[in-house]
Ligand binder design. Structure first.
Ligand code: 6R9
Length: 635
């Protein structure tokens, strides 16, 4: 018997050792005993981080929807698979059973085929958190089309560049979306994006807000009537384990977003296995991950991981503050949620509000609390533990990335004793290492370094779509034969990991990764701007907020500063999306630069954070005099 469900600490250590000593036989056992394959693999693992190349279950054939849907029909046909909780609490929740999920996914899969989508084609999905989003992912997976979900908060520009980067043939969207008391015209945003996307042949439109929208003749079709007419039988395509399942874009420190490619076999095995253990999921449980499916957390822990385990997974359309700040607690009580997985930024926002919002709800169903997206600070950890978990529900602080596909470092609840702000121990099969700046591994405990992973795990992203070289440069060139995460971490006396944050130019704002380069590009496109640099500074709700230093062109000098600030943020909203707006904009006459012309962000970061006691040696700068000017005028 394989160790699919770990129940105590000794077992964790024993299984961990096994997974590290003999990864291939370990993962082979898990894969064999808990998943449906149409053909078994020839080799469990082939890898070479210097190329880099990783192949799991090479030669095997499967379809992930057999595992996430069909295999449950015999025993769970009437069990709720997706529990849809709408934005408006007055609107009824929908319990979508495995039987219904099967039917709707098959119908949508047939609609995709009827509209010219074949195995290997890319489909862009730009939808709010409505059931059609889950159907769309699974329908693509069923016919072997590669989905590329773009978070429905991104701008036309951001959609267009993602569509073109991976040559999507189709877009699935909706007439609009609800967010709190606002509604957003998603279709209009898509229409604008598609002016730049000649490769898109068809657009399927789900109806959500009943708004009047324009439909482009010959290109746009309403989804509902097509699904009504579609056949409800759709044989799932046979996929190779290493065929791409999806592309998901993530920000890098430089350049355009990276289309991370995940493949069918390894991703399925790892997300299912982590879900089972890290949330200690049991058959009757109701699991709620509050992330949006537009991010990796939603892909892995709303859709694929839970469904592969036959779980009931809540899909929440709304926001924590609407109609008021009791919304999360109300949903937990209403659906008797057992596992609740959210982000530190949401915890901090809710912790600022009156405790009455929380205390009037019965949260006694909760067994496990999760955190993801950024380091959780001590105060937020205790608030979560005391008030939401009543000190009875362990907190799993789960560290992982879009690139890793699934959770990498995390406690196992009721198994691993937790320490506030520590992600604790590597999950089964994960071999972390801390590295120094010279490229040497730092052994032992009570040390700090850059976090790398030494050995492949099944759901590591295989490449960056269309740019394998960038994949190698970004993740495998800093340290020989290691995957470099971009994060710093320390290891305490008992070997627990604490992630300290990014060591590159990625800034995490409200749990969203933002690269500095694309935002600076957006600012620089403003006609009055000569140059700019952005850095993160601590923010009590968002974790980090963005601080921009902007040099105006001579022609811009006479402009009203507040108007320019507004226009810069408008520009960012248009080119990237509102999540990348700057909280503070300081106009400066120069930026501190090294002699080779590199902006010294370290100094700017310290100034923005009001931490100027130790700026380091600034005398070697090309222009040391600007530092004082910037400090004198800091906002
Ligand atoms: C899953 C996800 C990845 C980056 C990652 C790190 C930060 C995520 C964290 C955490 C500390 C945690 N991060 N979880 N930092 N503790 N529990 O968030 O993926 O959007 O790609 O972000 O998020 O910096 O490198 P993604």
């Amino acid at each position: 018997m394989s160790n699919y469900h770990i129940k105590h600490l000794e077992e964790y250590y024993q299984v961990y050792r096994k997974s590290v000593r003999n990864p291939e036989s370990f993962w082979e056992e898990i894969a064999e005993e808990h998943f449906i394959w149409r053909k078994k693999w020839d080799t469990v693992l082939e890898w070479d981080f210097s190329k880099p190349e990783v192949k799991w279950f090479q030669g095997a054939q499967l379809n992930i929807t057999d595992n996430c849907i069909d295999r449950h029909l015999a025993t769970r046909r009437n069990k709720t698979a997706i529990l849809f909780e709408p934005n408006d609490p007055e609107e009824e929740a929908q319990h979508i059973t495995y039987g219904q999920l099967h039917e709707r996914v098959c119908k949508l899969a047939n609609v995709l085929k009827d509209n010219g989508i074949k195995k290997g084609d890319r489909v862009c999905i730009y939808l709010p958190m409505i059931p059609e989003l889950t159907y769309a992912l699974l329908a693509c997976a069923r016919i072997g089309a590669i989905h590329s979900v773009v978070f429905a908060g991104f701008s036309s520009n951001a959609i267009a560049s993602r569509i073109n980067d991976s040559d999507c043939k189709m877009v699935i969207t909706s007439d609009g979306s609800y967010r709190g008391n606002k509604s957003i015209d998603l279709k209009g945003i898509v229409d604008k994006a598609l002016e730049e996307c000649p490769g898109v042949q068809s657009v399927l439109v789900a109806k959500r807000i009943q708004s009047d929208i324009e439909m482009v003749e010959g290109r746009d079709k309403w989804l509902a009537p097509l699904m009504d007419d579609a056949d409800s039988v759709c044989e799932a395509e046979t996929m190779n384990a290493e065929d791409p399942l999806f592309i998901l874009y993530t920000s890098g420190s430089t350049g355009k977003p990276k289309g991370m490619v995940h493949t069918c076999g390894g991703y399925m095995v790892y997300t299912a296995y982590t879900f089972k253990n890290i949330f200690q999921y049991r058959e009757e449980d109701v699991f709620w991950c509050t992330a949006d499916i537009g991010w990796i957390t939603g892909h892995s822990y709303i859709v694929y991981g839970p469904l592969a385990n036959g779980a009931t997974s809540i899909m929440f359309e709304g926001v924590p503050s609407y109609p008021d700040f009791s919304r999360f607690w109300e949903v937990i009580e209403k659906h008797k949620v057992n596992q609740f997985y959210t982000a530190p930024t949401a915890i901090r926002a809710l912790a600022k509000e009156n405790l009455d919002y929380l205390e009037k709800h019965d949260l006694s169903s909760l067994k496990v609390l999760g955190s993801v997206g950024e380091p959780i600070n001590e105060e937020a950890w205790h608030w979560y533990n005391n008030n939401v978990g009543k000190k009875k529900s362990p907190i799993v602080d789960t560290w992982w990335q879009t690139e890793t596909g699934g959770i990498m470092i995390s406690p196992i609840p009721y198994v691993t004793p937790t320490t506030p702000t520590f992600a604790t121990l590597p999950f089964i099969g994960v071999q972390p290492a801390l590295m120094d700046e010279e490229g040497k591994e730092i052994k032992g405990n009570q040390v700090e370094g850059r976090l790398c992973i030494k050995f492949p795990w099944p759901s590591i992203a295989r490449t960056i779509w269309g740019n394998h070289e960038r994949y190698r440069d970004t993740y495998f060139s800093a340290y020989k034969n290691m995957y470099f995460t971009g994060d710093g971490a320390n290891r305490d006396a008992v070997g627990y990991y604490r992630i300290t944050g990014r060591v590159d130019d990625v800034i995490i704002v409200s749990g969203h990764n933002l690269g500095t380069a694309p935002i600076e590009d957006a600012i620089n496109e403003h006609q009055a701007v000569a140059e700019s640099a952005i850095v993160g500074f601590p923010h009590d709700v968002k974790g980090n907020a963005l601080y921009g230093y902007v040099i105006l062109k001579e022609t811009g000098e006479s402009r009203d500063r507040d108007n320019v600030r507004k226009e810069i943020n408008q520009q960012i909203t248009e080119l990237i999306g509102p999540i990348a707006k700057l909280d503070k904009i300081q106009f400066v006459s120069g930026l501190p630069k090294t002699r080779s012309g590199k902006i010294m962000r370290r100094i700017l970061r310290k100034i923005a954070s009001n931490d100027t006691s130790n700026l380091g040696d600034t005398s070697t700068l090309l222009n040391p005099e600007v530092v004082k000017e910037i400090m004198d005028n800091v906002l």
